[in-house]
Design a protein around this ligand. Structure first.
Ligand SMILES: [Zn+2]
Length: 279
């Protein structure tokens, strides 16, 4: 019974999405990992399913040097795919300063839209905190040098994240994006005051995410972005399954419901925001 009602709701949403897309609405998945398995093995299908929902552009995000090379190669496969290069805090321990030159080369590619993902993760703690902060600061420095925006990963490290960023990128224009936002109001306010965009992913659709949904209302419409972070974090009603760029429309829908805007207008605004930040 519940399932049936859920799917009816989904059909209604897909009908309104179709209308918006026919009127010209387009979406960007601003943070995905489509060069990861299993998405990389079915890239054409993934891209086609995305296009059916109006998702016309994807930014595939690198997490270390080898992976960033892969992200670059994947961007060559389709005009819809852009990429970033950086070292995820989980991989900070493996980063070697000799890699910086190659990172700069990769980031000079016309389809490289940002430095990232970089940041801090004190939840999983795959790398020592000192090392995470050191590598984070190194890449922020590089982003300033290259005049590129940054893609920030932050998990349970709000205070240190702000400390490291304050020292390097405070007040920069079109500074970057806090991806898959999960922080509190303090980090959010600092980010908005310092030229950052706030990006929401699947978790904003979860039943248990009242606190996260509450943060959406504090983000000006012209600073919002959406993403999937696929293949992880599928939004409802796909939670628990492999995520892909087509699903980003469910995060759009959730935010439309929270801030009470219509899907078409929201899509137009999101595309403006994307262009503002990533150019
Ligand atoms: Zn990611």
């Amino acid at each position: 019974m519940i399932k049936k009602r859920g799917s009816l709701k989904d059909q209604e949403f897909l009908a309104s999405l179709k209308e918006a897309v026919e009127a010209g609405a387009r979406f960007t998945d601003t943070h995905c990992h489509i060069h990861f398995s299993p998405l990389a093995d079915e890239l054409d299908d993934v891209s086609e399913r995305a296009a059916e929902r109006g998702v016309h552009r994807m930014v595939t995000v690198g997490i270390d040097l080898k992976d960033s090379e892969q992200a670059l190669l994947t961007s060559r496969k389709s005009e819809k795919i852009f990429f970033t290069a950086g070292v995820h805090p989980h991989d900070a321990e493996e980063f070697n300063i000799c890699q910086l030159g190659r990172f700069e080369e990769i980031l000079s590619d016309p389809k490289a839209v940002a430095v990232g993902e970089i940041g801090l993760d004190y939840y999983r703690n795959h790398s020592a905190h000192d090392r995470q902060r050191e590598v984070f600061a190194t890449f922020l420095d590089m982003a300033v040098g290259l005049n590129k925006p940054v893609v920030i990963h932050n998990r349970e490290s709000d205070k240190d994240c702000v400390d490291v960023m304050s020292a390097v990128v405070r007040g920069r224009e079109r500074n970057g994006v806090i991806h898959c936002f999960s922080g509190d109001r303090g980090l959010q306010k600092w980010a908005l005051d310092n030229g950052f965009y706030i990006s929401y992913a699947g978790p904003v659709t979860y039943n248990s995410s009242d606190h996260l949904r509450d943060t959406v209302q504090y983000v000006p419409l012209d600073r919002l972005l959406i993403e999937t972070d696929c293949p992880y974090l599928s939004p409802e009603p796909y939670r628990g399954r492999t995520n892909e760029p087509a699903h980003v429309v469910y995060t759009a829908k959730q935010i439309c419901d929270i801030i009470d805007v219509n899907l078409y207008d929201f899509a137009v605004q999101l595309e403006k925001n994307y262009t503002q930040l990533f150019g």
